[in-house]
Design a protein around this ligand. Structure first.
Ligand code: SAM
Length: 301
């Protein structure tokens, strides 16, 4: 009788499993790279969810660093610094009523509430609103913040002149009709009320950046300098701008550095447009200096 062949470990099975896992992960994360997603589609894609969770702890805004700093960690500390900067710019008394337009998971609103402001928050992405409700409850801030699903193009639920302050933190880039949104903010502010917007000023020179803007539903982003003019057109006065491009660079450098090699590999295969956030991180870093990160402050007379 012949002996059965000894059991040999087959590396090719491991390799096959690895390839299958990578392919499944790829298929799950990649978007189709060609269409114009809605804001909600962009934010609920697996790539967005994983990226914002892993890199930014679901706080979807830049950190503020001292000029010239290279090291981006701890990211959370820099993000708190950006929120504190926003609070200082609002310059409102405790108890003032403010609107957070495009609140995401509620982290900025929670910081404002912890500093004594009363916050109404709206966001258009149901997933973010649910997340914000959970976070606010966990911190016991339900009596200071109210969050609802809503679109800042349509803020009819709120009374004219009912806010002391309004802010946007990295969301106005998604506006389909920026002028209409600014008119809404103007209507909702009381005379003397303040608007602060921390946003990107874009440059569309690069075709790849145009793809990034399309794929992240930032199709009507304003060219550099246009926001200031629009605010004046709507009736705001004392419009003042801080250029924070250098102060947000460490985080974008991090995105550019960690994403560079995977992005290059994907580009070889023509698959880069399927990974919007990876592409945004690397391309924005490669085109650094062609756009700006600004904080604009304006007063309703
Ligand atoms: C980059 S995230 C910023 C979130 C938050 N401000 C922060 O700093 O963490 C942009 C947010 O704006 C929201 N958004 C985009 N368009 C909106 C609209 N028309 N109305 C309300 N929210 C909107 C998105 O759902 C997303 O949560």
């Amino acid at each position: 009788m012949t002996e059965p062949a000894p059991h040999r470990f087959k590396w090719r099975y491991v390799l096959a499993l690895f390839v299958a896992f990578a392919a499944a992960l790829f298929a799950g994360i990649a978007n189709n790279g060609t269409y114009n997603p809605s804001v909600q589609e962009y934010y609920t894609s697996l790539e967005s969810r994983l990226g914002y969770w892993l890199l930014l702890g679901n706080t979807r805004h830049c950190g503020l660093y001292p000029q010239g700093q290279l090291w981006p960690f701890p990211v959370g500390k820099a993000q708190r610094a950006m929120e504190d900067y926003l609070f200082t710019r609002l310059d409102l008394k405790p108890g003032s009523r403010i609107l957070d337009a495009g609140a995401g998971s509620g982290y900025v609103a929670m910081r404002m509430a912890e500093k004594g402001l009363t916050v109404e928050a709206v966001d258009i992405t149901p997933l973010h609103v649910e997340d914000a409700h959970r976070n606010i409850k966990a911190r016991g801030l339900q009596d200071k913040i109210s969050v609802r699903l809503g679109d800042y193009h349509n803020l009819t639920d709120f009374d004219d002149g009912s806010f002391d302050g309004i802010y946007t933190m990295e969301t106005f880039v998604h506006a389909d009709d920026p002028l209409k949104v600014l008119q809404n903010f103007y209507r909702l502010l009381r005379p003397g009320g303040v608007l602060v917007q921390n946003e990107a000023d874009f440059n569309r020179n690069s075709e790849l950046l145009q793809d990034v803007l399309r794929l992240s539903h930032c199709q009507n982003t304003l060219e550099e300098g246009v926001l200031m003019g629009m605010l004046e057109q709507v009736g705001f006065k004392d419009v003042q701008l801080d250029d924070l491009t250098e102060e947000v660079l460490p985080l974008w450098r991090l995105f550019g550095v960690i994403g560079y090699i995977p992005y290059r590999i994907l580009r070889v295969f023509g698959l880069h447009t399927r990974f919007t956030n990876l592409m945004a991180g690397v391309e924005s870093y490669l085109h650094w200096g062609e756009g700006r990160y600004i904080s604009v402050r304006a007063i309703k007379p």
